[in-house]
Design a protein around this ligand. Sequence first.
Ligand code: ADP
Ligand code: MG
Length: 445
Amino acid sequence: MNYKEIWFVALGHLKETLPQHAIDAWFEPIKAIGISEDKFLLEVPNQFFCEWIDSHYKKELMRSIGLSDNSLGGYRFSIGAVSKEFEESALILKEKSKPVVHQNNLNRQYSFENFIEGSNNEFAKNAGKSVSEKPGENNFNPLTIYGGVGLGKTHLMHAIGNAAVKKNPHLNVVVVTSERFTLDFVNSLRKNKTIEFAQQYRSADMLLIDDVQFFRGKEQTQEQFFHTFNVLHQAGKQIVMTADKYPGEMKGLQSRLLSRFESGLSVDIQPPNFEVRVAILLEKAEQNGVSLEYEFIEFIAKHIKNNVRDLEGAVIRVLAKSSLLNKEIDHTLVRDVVRERTGGVLTTGVSIEKIVRKVSELSGVSEQDIVGKSRKMEIAEARQVSMFLCREILGGSLSGIGLFFGGRDHTTVMHAVKTISDKIQKNTKVKDSIEALRTDLNQTF
Ligand code: ADP
Ligand code: MG
């Protein structure tokens, strides 16, 4: 089966297990775009889809993909405006005499307006703006935006395209990931349509090409890209690229290609500082219709530092979780989400010992008793409170916590967590003391 057939079959399986509304809302808009390194590549309209599907339907999706082709090791999302297949684009090209407004695959959600500016990205943003105002007319050609994962390269590149089309609706903007470029090229070889392939790209007034590092090791595709690049560049057409590294430091790309890249302007995007992270979170919360209290925003911004996609993911995950579990957005929920995102680590500066010490100070029960065997009521309660806080703040495994508290097993810890959660709901005294302890442990957000 080819990838389209695999998706067709997988969708069939999904339809058997999921309600129609879920299929309509989340699966019909998905497009299978290929297979790369044993992962099924699925194109979704935006980040929200990735998060929502991962948190609600991951199991079902994995299962249905496995059922239709068990050699696949899962799936990977790629975000883009749902793209047309190569054949369709070639068709559009044939009718080229009449159209004046070109179809493109720009993701309209990515604009300069919603790209938060900070010292980490202002140079890149300004260069992008000036390219969008005068494509091909200044020395910023090609413009290469480089930087780490999830820092806004793709966003900025699409913003350039969107702004350019807004200014001049006749501009033919071709936007593509380098993976897509490669797939299209390979398909064109297979179908003897390399001429159409070349035309499709060479007719661009502006070529936006994402993640050029993926050309690494693909000699024939690089060759093809080199020619496309030259044709466009010589004709004064604008080229914008993104990459994970400064062009001069990219490995596995032909040096003649790299020297072309370096002939234009390369701008970097760095990780955002705290204030920019807060601004981005506020913007993303608003975009997704979540009202998040400021203390939660600050908490997320304190812990998730290196990746804007993760920041955005955290907001969406908070929303998804609260709707899935039908729960208010509270400390525990936000903390859980942040913990998932940071791989279980929260830089809290808190240890089990510190929690026990604080509980001991507040309750008057000795530290020894808390970790000891006694079942006396006030001792047991102090122990349960400690276990609860360990679980909430440190997030360790239930068994690990049990071990520390006198070698108890995980069910005891589970019971403690549940008991205290219930008490917090019903008993304001317990609630207040937990709050006091959180504050004391510097765990208020
Ligand atoms: P990259 O291409 O560098 O891996 P993306 O452009 O895909 O990163 O960005 C990841 C997510 O973070 C996107 O949803 C994007 O909208 C968002 N993002 C990144 N930087 C910013 C920013 N400065 N302002 C607003 N959103 C941003
Ligand atoms: Mg990207």
